[in-house]
Design a protein around this ligand. Structure first.
Ligand SMILES: *Cc1c(COP(=O)(O)O)cnc(C)c1O
Length: 367
């Protein structure tokens, strides 16, 4: 069965093999060396001054950023389940916040955000997804970050890049914390979260950490010495080192180019067979299609054509399907998926099959 859900993504065989070595102790020079090498590669991938590794899923990193980077009031951007999660984290910790809400297909409005910050002196941090995975939506985070730094230079810009880091080149000039997780573009099993930090982000954390397990002040101090505050996710870090070294051979840029071409080709093919791309501004990480038959299409793909793609969540549960483009996806797998979707459209009486999807996609990727 092809696993083409936008997280978790399949773990390549050589990475699984690398992680099958006997467990090593985390307080050893042997592990510190692995940690140090991984960190060098992570800093290049994130293009940031520091990158922390936490033993948690991505949400742990989101919570750590709310705790450690927002001291007064947060601005959260909710255009889907993951944006909503930042608000819920604020609520859980009794942190003051304002939420800007958008439809799941609509990118955050830059003026709304600038005005919200202008009109509220208490806001000292903004929390936003680069790709809001619930609708495959791309927010204009880099522009928002730039505009906000102009009017409030000390504001912390926290970007959830769980489905953007390792997918596309992100301009981190004005981003203070960039969050990622192991099970999406990095093709690892779930359980490791990453936080890239800017110079200013590091400064705020050093001034006052918060929380216990997620106290980033303590993590910063420990990870400077190539160890973690508590037991490291050693196996996942070994896997991370292996995949980053592999990607680094051809350069991270090659990964971005391949991912973009696959993503662009798939979207073009889907449109060409009469389907509707859901978001008004699409992320590279996935193709999200809005369709009244989404549920039926997914069921047939799985039962007859060995393809597992994701559906939607909440109000889009039965009307959205999402195809992953993150990581090292062989082109033939995406081609087969698109071809199978076209066959299924004929089976449910929507259009007659003539191989258009495959043709369009193949043309895009072999040019
Ligand atoms: C997957 C995802 C998360 C959540 O990560 P978990 O690892 O499930 O905690 C957060 N944000 C975005 C944008 C995601 O795609």
């Amino acid at each position: 069965m092809l696993l083409l859900t936008p997280g978790p993504t399949p773990v390549p065989e050589n990475i699984r093999m690398a992680m099958s070595e006997p467990t090593i102790h985390h307080r050893t020079s042997e592990f510190e060396e692995i940690f140090a090498k991984t960190k060098v590669l992570l800093k290049e991938l994130f293009n940031m001054e520091e990158v922390l590794m936490l033993a948690s899923s991505g949400t742990g990193a989101m919570e750590a950023c709310v705790l450690n980077l927002c001291k007064s009031k947060a601005l959260t951007i909710n255009a889907g389940k993951f944006g909503e999660r930042f608000s819920e984290i604020c609520k859980a910790h009794g942190k003051d916040f304002t939420e800007l809400k958008y439809d799941w297909d609509t990118p955050a409005n830059i003026d709304d955000i600038v005005n919200s910050v202008k009109n509220d002196k208490k806001i000292d941090a903004i929390f936003i997804q680069i790709c809001e995975s619930s609708g495959g939506l791309r927010h204009p985070v880099e522009i928002i970050a730039k505009e906000l730094k102009k009017i409030r230079p000390k504001i912390m810009i926290v970007a959830d890049g769980i489905t953007a880091v390792g997918v596309e080149k992100i301009d981190t000039t004005n981003i203070d914390a960039l969050i990622s997780g192991s099970q999406k573009a990095l093709m690892l099993p779930p359980g490791l979260a990453l936080i890239g930090l800017s110079h200013d982000g590091i400064k705020i954390i050093k001034e006052s950490g918060a929380g216990y397990y997620l106290n980033l002040k303590i993590e910063l101090a420990q990870q400077k010495n190539n160890t973690t505050a508590y037991t490291s996710a050693t196996t996942l870090i070994v896997g991370l080192k292996t995949i980053l070294e592999q990607l680094h051979v051809d350069g991270f840029n090659k990964l971005y180019i391949d991912t973009k071409r696959r993503s662009h080709g798939a979207k073009k093919a889907l449109k060409e067979i009469g389907l509707t791309i859901f978001p008004k501004s699409s992320a590279v990480a996935m193709s999200a299609v809005y369709d009244k038959d989404a549920m039926k299409i997914r069921e047939l793909l799985k039962s007859k054509y060995m393809v597992n793609i994701a559906g939607g969540q909440n109000h889009l549960k039965t009307t959205l399907f999402r195809i992953n483009h993150m990581g090292l996806v062989d082109d033939y797998k995406t081609a087969w998926t698109l071809n199978a979707i076209e066959i299924v459209l004929e089976e449910i009486g929507r259009r007659s099959y003539n191989g258009t999807a495959n043709k369009i996609f193949t043309k895009e990727i072999i040019q």
